[in-house]
Design a protein around this ligand. Structure first.
Ligand SMILES: *Cc1c(COP(=O)(O)O)cnc(C)c1O
Length: 366
């Protein structure tokens, strides 16, 4: 019995990157962290490169090394680690490194000197997200240390990340942009010629061309899920790349008043036909989706009836429903709900939906 099948249209990823490139004169870094948001690190990265992504961005150093091991030879930036980062391996692999602190910079400098290399470093600026990055008051000390290690470190980039980019017009966006420009001025006043300045995630790439600088870092949009509404109602021309399907294992008639699934959280209002889908929370279906999220069979929508179990859910198909055992059940796809629909149903964001479904299963190219 098949459980969840996650398929990814890698051509859609390529086309989405082409679309994003058309919105900007900046270079595009496709963000492929977290296994490319569940879409598969290596094939998604290849697809993004084909669309013209001159950079790939990952949070974890391992992901950068995995890309090199898979043969990627383009620019790659990794940004999320403490002093434990495998700096020698990353430098040997020609990966650009972000530096948020003196501790991390020290490790990079030592590794570079040990092997006679010069690290390409992007100074990470905390302009108000209060996550990774050096705050303005710590910037000079970080620059002092980097410039004193000029033999081992080349500052090639400076970057930051926005807190409210998905709410266009939020006042923090302009405040962060100003803090970013101020920090760039401090860096450039030290005689550093920055190759790439970058701030924009997907939302800012789609809504704030004035914040594109030299490089934009879209993630979710690469996978076809715009984080902001397109004023033209056309999803910015982006195509969702992930589809999730399952199989209908059993169809049976039950009378009115039948409690369904654990705890009988759903009771049939009338005599009806139930369908059993053999995928549950162990497969990535949020347990909170019970009685809330919908799936589609042959274009007909059905809400999950009652609780989501570990490996199965039940649908109330309606009396005399045409569905048959073996039918394909679409959880996410062009002919069914979207990742956004799931996010609304279980009170999260579509980012978590695709990471979750994609994270638990192998991907098959669509
Ligand atoms: C995840 C991430 C991105 C991409 O964000 P999206 O909202 O998916 O476009 C860009 N930059 C950084 C630092 C990130 O962590």
């Amino acid at each position: 019995m098949t459980r969840l099948e996650v398929s990814v249209d890698y051509g859609a990823i390529t086309r989405n990157v082409v679309r994003l490139r058309a919105t900007t004169t900046a270079q595009v870094m496709a963000v492929v962290k977290a296994d490319a948001y569940g879409h598969g690190l290596v094939p998604a990265s290849r697809a993004a490169r084909e669309g013209g992504a001159t950079w790939l961005g990952v949070a974890q150093p391992d992901e950068a090394l995995a890309l090199r091991a898979a043969g990627d030879t383009g620019r790659i930036l990794t940004w999320l680690y403490g002093p434990e980062l495998p700096a020698r391996a990353l430098l040997a692999a020609g990966v650009d490194l972000s530096a948020s602190s003196l501790e991390v910079l020290d490790v990079i400098v030592s590794a570079a000197r040990q092997d006679g290399r010069r690290a390409r470093v992007h100074v990470c600026l905390d302009t108000g997200l209060a996550r990774e990055g050096v705050r303005a008051e710590g910037l000079s000390a970080l620059l002092d240390a980097a410039l004193a290690a000029d033999d081992a470190v080349e500052i090639v980039g400076a970057w930051s990340h926005l807190a409210w980019a998905d709410q266009p017009g939020h006042p923090t966006i302009d405040l962060q942009a100003q803090a970013f420009r101020d920090a760039l001025a401090v860096i450039e006043a030290r005689g550093v010629a920055l190759e790439v300045r970058h701030l924009a995630n997907s939302a800012a790439t789609l809504t704030r061309p004035d914040l594109h600088f030299d490089l934009v870092r879209p993630g979710i949009a690469v996978y076809g899920l715009p984080p902001v509404e397109d004023p033209a109602g056309a999803s910015f021309g982006l195509e969702p790349a992930m589809s999730v399907t399952a199989s209908l294992a059993l169809v049976k008639d039950v009378p009115a008043g039948q409690g369904v699934s654990y705890g009988h959280d759903y009771t049939t209002p009338a005599a009806t036909r139930l369908g059993l889908v053999t995928a549950g929370y162990a497969d990535g279906i949020f347990r909170s989706a019970g009685n809330r999220a919908e799936v589609a069979i042959d274009g007909r929508r059905h809400r999950i009836a009652g609780r989501v179990c570990m490996d199965q859910v039940v649908l109330d198909l309606g009396p005399d429903a045409p569905e048959r055992a073996g039918d394909r059940v679409v959880l996410i796809g062009p002919d069914g709900p979207s990742a956004r629909d799931w996010a609304r149903a279980v009170d999260t964001i579509d980012y978590e939906i695709v990471c979750r479904f994609g994270g638990l299963k192998g991907k098959t190219p669509a």
